[in-house]
Design a protein around this ligand. Structure first.
Ligand code: NAD
Length: 297
């Protein structure tokens, strides 16, 4: 039986691991937060005490961590993943991180004969629970092919983007659009209300017209319109505003590196910086509608 190690059992990692457990796989998990590990054990997972013991017998390792610095510390050093996995282990690094850290981990894995893909995901917590997230993958195509049966349990769409790091490039560009579109949708709903237009009627129009986008139809920032929206649960994350700010910073940094114009991306980053600085850090990123309405967190 394939042995899977899962590191990072947060908003996304926990439901992803749960889908693998439900498919009958044996999974050893690790998270620095004890409550996250307890929830995983309740679903049938085996808790581990540290990264080394989590990965030492694994055929497959999946990591789902917040930022590049967490990924770097989990992979490198004498206690890190790359020092304790067996050669030929397959690794899917699914966090959304900077291309530089992703490329570094790729190089270090390759030097040790370890097969790694960057496979960041899209779709949010609801899609992670439903097993319908999208994976965007960078690395060797044959490594993706070997990991595909496991990714297919957690997701619906798997797109090969090219060489190492290009999965992250796709994810950074995707979330650049998401951050900008969420702010645009919030502005439109606020203006509609000020103009006396009922939110439900504007939803019916926008969701079937040229404004249609994921931020409206799957994640509407106004309560009562889309059942899966965090707006219906006081903007409980979901995808925190701190995470969205992180992703917009990744886009702005990547744009600077490549001399790409990013005026709306920079503006979206400035707005999420203000929102996070005013208490919005742990609020779902769609909660920026309240900031634009002048409501204090
Ligand atoms: P999260 O903060 O809920 O989960 C991350 C988990 O990693 C936490 O439980 C944390 O305790 C754990 N962790 C941190 N350092 C660790 C370490 N060294 N060893 C073991 N565990 C460690 O974050 P999330 O929302 O699940 O997001 C994870 C990644 O997925 C991020 O890069 C995010 O940008 C991306 N993502 C999130 C969503 C979403 O909707 N939440 C959607 C797509 C992509």
């Amino acid at each position: 039986m394939t042995q899977i190690a899962f590191i990072g059992l947060g908003h996304m990692g926990y439901p992803m691991a749960k889908n693998l457990l439900n498919a009958g796989y044996h999974i050893t998990g690790y998270d620095i937060v004890p409550a996250a590990l307890e929830a995983f054990v309740k679903e049938g997972g085996v808790a581990s005490k540290n990264i080394a013991s989590t990965v030492q017998n694994a055929d497959i390792v999946i990591t789902m961590l917040p930022e590049g610095k967490h990924v770097k510390s989990a992979y490198e050093g004498s206690q890190g993943i790359l020092s304790h996995v067996r050669p030929n282990t397959l690794i899917a690094e699914c966090s959304t991180i900077d291309i530089e850290t992703s490329s570094l981990i790729h190089r270090e894995a390759e030097q040790k004969g370890i097969r790694l893909i960057d496979a960041p995901v899209s779709g949010g917590v609801a899609a992670a629970k439903a097993g319908s997230i999208s994976f965007m993958v960078g690395g060797q195509k044959e490594d993706l092919d070997a990991l595909r049966p496991y990714l297919e349990i957690m997701g619906k769409t798997i797109i090969y983007c090219g060489k190492a790091g290009l999965g992250q490039a796709a994810k950074i560009c995707n979330n650049l659009v998401l951050g900008i579109s969420m702010i645009g949708v919030c502005e439109a709903f606020n203006l509609a209300e000020k103009l006396g237009l009922d939110a439900r009627i504007f939803y019916d129009v926008a969701s079937q017209s040229s404004a249609q986008c994921w931020s409206i139809t799957q994640y509407c920032p106004v309560p009562g319109l889309v059942p899966s929206s965090p707006a219906n649960r006081e903007y409980e994350a979901g995808f925190t505003s701190a995470m969205m700010l992180k992703d917009l910073k990744l886009a702005v940094n990547a744009a600077q590196e490549t001399s790409s114009a990013l005026p709306l991306g920079a503006e979206a980053m400035a707005l999420y910086t203000l929102f996070c600085g005013n208490g919005g850090q742990s609020v779902d990123f769609s909660g920026i509608i309240r900031f634009l309405q002048g409501i204090k967190e």
